[in-house]
Design a protein around this ligand. Structure first.
Ligand SMILES: Cc1ncc(COP(=O)(O)O)c(C=O)c1O
Length: 372
């Protein structure tokens, strides 16, 4: 699905020397590279605070801890996302409230959020799924009206830009009260191990979170709150800092590949290519996800694999039907979109190194299957 080796080969010298610098200085934990990367990412995103941490799941959990959410508080999020989003809500003994998504852009549905809000609701977690920004303007409006926090799960959309109706723009992950991201190797900005970060423009929240990531310490060996140990190690920061200047080019490469896929599938009736709900820069194609109609999706997966084409089904089971998250309060009629999407979606290889020959092989193999 990704070609991390091909990408590494393009930037080998800069990555190697950045890693070497860490080894020479032996500042493996919280070294200068972590601080440099933090500052460079703050500048790139135009956000006041980036707090690096160990992975994207921790980032979400710590963001929620920083907001002071309490057991029993209800947190609304999408039924169609990776489990990490709901997992941390449950881990903190908050009450996850899963809601349906849009059939076109796969993002959290605004009417479903409205329906789910109760006096116990404290936060909404939109996920910018597959690299496309959720409807942040509507979400922020709802949050303001109901006095709710918004935590953007930006694990799949770093580099995406959201455009408001008045034309003003902001990077995904800088619009809500706080955001989380993942630097998992296959992410649009990926390191060579695990990594994550929290973003916020709120000075007090940033201060609180900086202590939480470090055992609740604001002064050495003074533990004021219950915290965690969640650090981005310096070698991972070195990789990320070397790759950050390429992020916009990486996003462009992914968009170009997506446009080529779209063109190849233009006249194929059984395929719905990914819908773009905003301006071109609002989608960074972490995944290129098709909806297939009237054909056997699982047979298509087998066919592609048999032709050495990797593909993925993200996600095959709605979260509300996962054993860990079933809840008698859920009503199947409220999840018609997700229940259908899990049957229809298929994600094709998507990365920065896809070339025309590979795209032609993938698309022609897929079209041949459809045409029988
Ligand atoms: C939407 C979403 N949220 C959270 C995460 C968790 O990130 P990590 O794997 O770095 O813990 C992921 C990672 O796949 C993700 O896709």
């Amino acid at each position: 699905m990704v070609d991390l080796k091909g990408q590494y080969n393009q930037i080998k010298d800069v990555v190697n020397s950045s890693i070497q610098e860490v080894i020479e200085t032996t500042s493996f934990i919280n070294g200068p590279k972590v601080h440099e990367f933090q500052k460079n990412l703050e500048q790139y995103l135009n956000v006041k605070h980036v707090i690096p941490c160990a992975n994207g799941t921790d980032a979400l959990q710590i963001a929620m801890m920083g907001l002071g959410l309490k057991p029993g508080d209800e947190v609304i999020t999408a039924d169609f996302t990776f489990a990490a989003t709901v997992e941390v809500i449950a881990l903190l003994n908050l009450t996850p409230v899963l809601v349906d998504v849009n059939p076109d852009d796969f993002n959290i549905n605004i009417e479903a959020i409205k329906k789910a809000i109760t006096p116990k609701t404290k936060a909404i977690v939109p996920v910018h799924l597959f690299g496309q920004c959720a409807n942040m303007e509507a979400i922020m409006k709802l949050a303001k009206a109901h006095n709710l926090f918004v935590i953007e799960d930006n694990a799949q959309a770093i580099g995406a830009t959201y455009t408001n109706k008045d034309g003003t723009k902001a990077k995904a992950g800088t619009i809500g009260h706080v955001s989380s991201t993942s630097f998992f190797p296959s992410k649009n900005l990926g390191c060579y191990g695990d990594g994550g970060a929290i973003f916020t423009n709120d000075d007090d929240l940033a201060h609180s979170i900086r202590g939480i990531v470090n055992h609740g310490m604001y002064e050495r060996y003074h533990h004021d709150v219950v915290g965690v140990n969640s650090r981005l190690d310096s070698i991972q920061a070195a990789v990320l800092d070397a790759k950050l200047p390429y992020l916009d080019d990486y996003c462009d490469s992914r968009r170009n590949a997506a446009n080529k896929y779209d063109a190849a599938f233009k006249n194929i009736n059984n395929i719905e290519t990914p819908f773009r709900s905003g301006s071109d820069d609002s989608h960074v194609f972490h995944q290129y996800t098709l909806k297939v109609k009237g054909i056997d999706r699982d047979a298509l997966v087998k066919h592609l694999n048999a032709h050495d084409i990797p593909c993925g089904v993200y996600y095959p089971i709605p979260l509300h039907l996962q054993k860990a998250y079933v809840d008698s309060r859920y009503n199947e009629a409220d999840f018609t979109v997700t229940n259908q999407l899990v049957k229809d979606v298929i994600s094709l290889p998507m990365h920065t190194e896809l070339d025309d020959e590979q795209i032609e092989y993938i698309t022609s193999t897929l079209i041949k299957f459809i045409n029988g």
